[in-house]
Design a protein around this ligand. Structure first.
Ligand SMILES: Cc1cc2nc3c(=O)[nH]c(=O)nc-3n(C[C@H](O)[C@H](O)[C@H](O)COP(=O)(O)OP(=O)(O)OC[C@H]3O[C@@H](n4cnc5c(N)ncnc54)[C@H](O)[C@@H]3O)c2cc1C
Length: 438
């Protein structure tokens, strides 16, 4: 079955799961209708909760989904769906308070029934999720701390919302409805248990060990790992994994890194890692022999997903590893397809894989266009940022038949999409991977 068909089938299934809470409400006996605003507020609460509850699916790192949908698609959807769910959930009590001001007393946990307090806790947890996610950087919250709280808030929110819904007992009067609602909540929370407990247990039996850590260029390292007592994993070039280094697989400290090595080499995995923060700053100190656990492969940012007469790669700085994996794989497969790599870096010395790329131009039908932000005076190549003019100058006339892969900092991805639009490349041919999740 084609990937696009599978994608549509999954979207259809997701839509059914999304509607499940409402379907459960509708299968039971209909209670007496109440005022319009009250019914509206309840309906918004149910839809909001359904939207938020199903967010456990895109974030569950399910390979069956992450190999179909790109990370950018998944996180784009997750952020927006959670935001819409949040607004709907917030509208639920606000509409109640507006049309029935005396109901504000339900906010007082000393006098309010438990079911109302559960609702209040659910809304507070949801506010916690939104504020810390939108303003994480401004609030100076470390990524791992944010992630831990994100998970705790999400579990608290769904559990207390379920207790609120069951406690109110208006639309879920029959045992069947209550049973189905409980099953739904268990499935949502089960996805977290799978990611945080079951998956790590499975990873314990397939460890890796570090066999090499070498400096690539300033502040950039290449880490090589080998499977320890098993066959390793198979991946398609461009995919990434979550690495857990020198910690048990249950650790919250897991970082996503693209596999940089060729998908045709099965005995080891290579990662090229730039120093960005507290974890990556110490990557050069990881000793040979250190234990590593791998969750993956994930992602659909890959030449193997999109057959084309040729490929155009655009990388900015440390965005090059997935692209390098694709180029190395094409070389191992003896490809003669036309390939372009537009590679933006600050200066000549910061170009990772420089010599290897030079050599690959002799074996592949590959044209590498280095674009340097701060070149030395004797630099004769392209300078500044990669632009529509630079792309136009180097790409051939059949550019619209090519498939494009862009990986780099978020602003660069936006600029490249604009540039490609300017030179009239259809954006359906363009695939992106950004390294900044929150
Ligand atoms: C799909 C994907 C593939 C990536 N591949 C590479 C790669 O091949 N090479 C490379 O150098 N970098 C890659 N990154 C980025 C890398 O994951 C982050 O730079 C790294 O996790 C930063 O961790 P830190 O603690 O050193 O820095 P911090 O200062 O803690 O983080 C810097 C930024 O990185 C992001 N980040 C931090 N921790 C995580 C985490 N656990 N999960 C997701 N994002 C996080 C946050 O947006 C944060 O603002 C990739 C990211 C993604 C999403």
């Amino acid at each position: 079955m084609k990937d696009s068909t599978r994608k549509w089938l999954w979207l259809l299934l997701y839509f059914v799961i999304l509607l499940a809470p409402l379907l459960i409400v509708m299968i039971g006996p209909r209670p007496e209708p109440r005022e319009f605003w009250r019914e509206l507020s309840v309906a918004l609460g149910f839809v909001g909760l359904a939207l938020v509850g199903t967010q456990f699916i895109p974030t569950a790192r399910l390979q069956i989904l992450s190999n179909l949908f790109s990370m950018d698609e998944v996180y784009y959807y997750h952020l927006r769906a959670a935001l819409v769910g949040f607004v709907l959930i917030l509208a639920h009590p606000l509409i109640l308070f507006m049309f029935n001001p005396t109901s504000v007393r339900l906010l007082n946990p000393m006098t309010a029934p438990a079911r109302a307090t559960f609702g209040v806790i659910a809304v507070l947890a949801m506010i916690g999720i939104m504020v810390t996610s939108i303003y994480r950087k401004q609030l100076n919250i470390k990524y791992e701390v944010w992630r831990t709280f994100h998970m705790i808030f999400a579990v608290v929110m769904v559990l207390t919302a379920m207790l609120h819904v069951l406690g109110v007992d208006y639309y879920l009067a029959s045992p069947l409805q209550r049973g189905l609602w409980t099953v739904l909540t268990v499935v949502w929370l089960g996805l977290i248990v799978n990611t945080r407990l079951l998956k790590p247990v499975r990873q314990l039996s397939v460890p890796y060990k570090v066999t090499e850590i070498r400096p690539e260029v300033d502040y950039v390292w290449t880490l090589v790992i080998k499977p320890d007592g098993h066959d390793g994993l198979r991946f398609i070039p461009g995919q990434f994994v979550w690495l857990i280094i020198q910690r048990p697989p249950f650790a919250i400290r897991q970082h996503p890194f693209s596999i940089a090595s060729s998908a045709e080499e099965h005995d080891h995995l290579e990662f090229t890692i730039g120093e960005a923060g507290d974890f990556t700053a110490k990557i050069g100190e990881v000793p040979v022999g250190a234990r590593v656990y791998v969750d993956g492969p994930h992602g659909s940012f890959s030449i193997d997903k999109y057959d084309a007469p040729g490929y155009v790669f655009i990388a900015g700085g440390i965005g090059s590893p997935p692209i390098m994996s694709m180029i190395r794989t094409l070389a191992d497969r003896g490809s003669d397809k036309p390939l372009w790599l537009f590679y933006g870096n600050v200066k000549y010395e910061s170009i990772a894989y420089r010599e290897e790329l030079e050599a690959l131009q002799d074996t592949l039908n590959l044209k590498v266009i280095h674009v340097l932000e701060k070149p030395s005076e004797d630099w004769e190549g392209e300078s500044g940022f990669i632009s529509a003019e630079i792309l136009d100058r180097h790409l051939s006339q059949d550019r619209n038949d090519m498939i494009y892969f862009i990986c780099g900092p978020v602003p660069m991805i936006g600029a490249m999409l604009t540039a490609l639009k300017q030179i009239e490349v259809p954006l359906v041919n363009v695939h992106t991977e950004q390294y900044d999740m929150v």
